[in-house]
Ligand binder design. Sequence first.
Ligand code: AMP
Ligand code: GLY
Length: 422
Amino acid sequence: MRVLIVGGGAREHALGWRLSQEEGVEVIGAPGNAGIAAIGRTVPVDPTDAAQVVALAKQESADLVVVGPEAPLVAGVVDALRDNGIDAFGPDREAAQLEGSKIFSKEFMARHDIPTAGFAVFDDPDAATRYIEEAGRPLVVKADGLAAGKGVIVASDAAEAIAGVDKIMRERAFGDAGNRVLIEECLVGQEVSYHVVSDGRRFIPLAPAQDHKRAFDGDKGPNTGGMGAYSPPPVVDADVERKILERVIEPTLKGMAAEGRPFRGALFVGLMIVDGEPMVLEYNTRFGDPECQTLMTRWKGSIMPLIRGSAQGDFGGLTPEWEAPASLCVVLASGGYPGSYEKGKVITGLVEAAEHPQVTVFHAGTALRGDDIVTSGGRVLSVTAIGQSIDEAAEYAYAAAEKIEFEGKQLRRDIGWRARTR
Ligand code: AMP
Ligand code: GLY
């Protein structure tokens, strides 16, 4: 069986790694990275160009296409694959609007009584500015469309919020994604990433996770794609998890079906837990990166029934089992990330780092140059370890992260701090 994995991050490597453990499965990265090349093959492609992805899937006689990132989903890559009779994992374009338009997703939550921060929508920067001046309290300003995680300004005062409106709507820093803005109440609490996979009828809850979005220790510095993650976070106790499922996941999937956009694929809800009450910050219509790396290493056995079941619209009798009680992932990034950074630095120590049986090193921005593996992106590697506890997983992950070197290597030393005792 041939599986095409669209994307080239550590999330895609983790999905491919799990799928390639199945007897007779061949994994092809589109475009992939050096890690995916080592477990299969890679082929260059523009992941957001639906026609190119369909042509590649046909050329490779792919039996299944797994779409990792959001941009191809919003661009309708899954629709094009299904129109050509190819099984694809991920939501179609209509269902991907939950992530593709923040305003669609807030209005959807309002229609279905799903708990979220109060909000207002503006298509005129003057009106947005007046609203902020009158409110006089901390607010969050968001560009409506996809902005690679950079279109959100959590403002501590009115001036910062107004500067956010200017950046999005007047300077058009995110292009058409900033045609409209969303202004939200600021929530205070602990963030959690909750994933389920749906086949359009049933859903399978995955384990809760928590990521670390800021670049530096102590949750300081600029926002990044994620500098590390761990699973499970203690803030999600049985009561909080029940509330997430009953108040958020069930009404979301039912609401999408009722509105004629049944959701198939991975739904990742970003939540703020405010005094034990889950509030939705955002929907993502794909796995989180680096959350996926912790979920894939904890999962017991093959994920093929989960991924193919979702793609084909029927999980059958699948019940998930978790192999490892805990997992923790440390991201190694290029010096300067999320700002500008240099590429092409030789990476050493990869084999030594992966010698520990509980450690897996997933590649993100890596490439082959002759016999060397070199850096080719901001987030370079996801060093992931499982353990009986978060402490144990952290010990193995950090010991492995120490063995890997490249010029400018940047990492956070405090991943999982809320759950660690040492
Ligand atoms: P989003 O892409 O909408 O999840 O926003 C990115 C980040 O901004 C989130 O992970 C939160 O850290 C923060 N954020 C978003 N919305 C809010 C809110 N209403 N209150 C507080 N923080 C928020
Ligand atoms: N780690 C957050 C994200 O994938 O959006």
